[in-house]
Each structure stands twice: as structure tokens, then as C-alpha cells.
Design a protein around this ligand. Sequence first.
Ligand code: HPA
Ligand code: ZN
Length: 334
Amino acid sequence: MTDLDSFIRALPKAELHLHIEGSLEPELMFALAERNGVAIPYASVEDVRAAYAFGNLQDFLDIYYAGADVLRTSQDFHDLAAAYFDRATADGVVHAELMFDPQTHTDRGIPFAMVVEGLLSAMADAQARHGISSALILSFLRHLSEEAAFATLAAADPWLDRIAAVGLDSSENGHPPEKFARVFAAAAAKGLRLTAHAGEEGPPAYVYQALDLLHVDRIDHGNRALEDDALVDRLVREGMTLTVCPLSNLKLCVVPDLADHPIDRMLDLGLRATINSDDPAYFGGYIADNYRAAAAARGLTRAQLVQLARNSFIGSFLPADAIAAHLERLDAHL
Ligand code: HPA
Ligand code: ZN
């Protein structure tokens, strides 16, 4: 391990953009398929990894939703999240905000309660075992209807005190944020924070809609905001956090090569960019791998890496006093 590797791993950081279903490693997929008697269309772990070549977001989503079919019980969701927390802790993550896609499961007959109880028990264990704090972000699938999103929000009612925010993910093009303006307003009225994927494949107009119609607290990805100078100025002025995912951007062809990744340009423009792993099992790396790959490809300085870690706490959904404590600990670490 090089000095820079150890520096990155040791840097206290928050992960703000992680789909827990996207942390399903092929080995666990096989183990759960066997445990639950579910057939999967792969002969081996190598076979699974070979299928992970994506030309765009939809190519990935098709495989990601199929993989999630092995998740059947609370214990499965617990084991999935426990494996993520072990990896995140090894990468210096001290706070993680986990997105989960209830509709991927409820539409297959898995009750909402089973999903959320498994995740919550792993979160409590991770706090006890590793001292890592975490929060849940309920993500609506944007290729489904507004009505289905409202039903999902209603299903979450018994757990609202243990869900920090709602998000919006899945196929972006053709499913603009405006489709979910009313359900986001209803979530805000219940006291939930708001985030949405925007500007990953979709145009800058979708980022404007996330700001103006959904009133989000942060933007997931946001890469294509860079095409619009006025939008960039606004994101800077409003201190909007962007949860950027370099290896995801590479694997989903949002950038042709990591050498072209705009992470340092975002920082230079004054954008509150962060680095995250998105779907680490599918995109070839957890958060430290993302920091490392971006640093290598773009020659990021240690000061820039520290800025990214600072931004991750500032952009989190933690209360202000907890954010201040994390920033103090980060300074003390340095
Ligand atoms: N984009 C949209 N939806 C997703 C993603 C993503 O990167 N990962 C999991 N669901
Ligand atoms: Zn994502």
C-alpha cells in the first residue's frame, strides 16, 4: 500500500451515495441464491463479474434489479448491509447514508417491513461493532408511477422516525423530477430530507427541476450541470452538495475515461463535490477505491482529498452539532 493509499483509507469520511442493493457482491449473491433456493442465470462468480460490462445506465439497471431477486428475508438484508459496513469501516467511513429501493422488493412480494427491519438491525450492529453511524434514504424508482411512489411513502409510515430522507433513482431519461414534485412535497411535510439523482444521464434541465420543483437538499451525481454556467453558479451560491461517483461514471460511460473526470474541475469551480461509491459491487470499488482512482487519474492533491472528505460531512443529513464534531475530528486527525 502506498502512502497515498493509507492517507485515503485513514481519512475520516462520510458516504452519501450508496445503494445498498448495489453492494451485493457476486459471492453473497450465490450464497443467498442457495440459501433461498432461487435460480440465478450465472454458473459462477466469474460468470457474474463478466456480465458487468455496461454501455449505459439502463444496461446496469437491468442486471442490478435481477441480482436483487436473491434478497428474500430480513436476514438477507441484514447480511447485505453488514458486509457493506465491514468494507466501509475498512475504508475510513465513519458515517454512511444508505439508499434502498423498497419498490424493487415490495413489487416481488417482499414486505417493506422485512427490508427495513433487516437494514436497521445491521445499522445498529455496525454502530456497536465499528462505531459507524448511518441513516436510511428511501429511494423512489422513477420509471414507476407517482401513485406507486405515494404508496411507498405510505408504507414507510411506521418507520418515519428511522428514515432520514427520500431519494429518486433508476432510469433518468424520460423520467424527469417534475413527475415526483407532489410526492417529494408530501415527504418534506413528514419531516424527511430530500435528494434526487439528476444530471447523471439527464440534461441540466433535470437538475433545475430537482432544485425548483423537488426542493432537494442535495443532488446525486450532477455531472451534467457543468454544461450550464448559470446552473453551476447557482449550485455554488446555494452550497448544494453533489454526490459524485467516479467509478460509476466510468462504468456507465458518463465519462469516456477517468482521465476526463470533472471531479477537480468541480472543486475548482467551488462546487461542494463529494466522492462516493454508488453501487460498489457492480462498479469495481468501494469508497476508498473511488478516492484512489480519482486521485490517480486527476492528480488530486492531499488538500483536495481533505476537501472532499470535509464536504462529505457538510453535505450529510446529520444534525449541525454532529457535523461540527466530525469536522473537528477530521482536523484533529490531520
Ligand atoms: N443511477 C440511477 N439509479 C440507480 C443508480 C444510478 O447510478 N444506482 C442504483 N440505482
Ligand atoms: Zn446512484
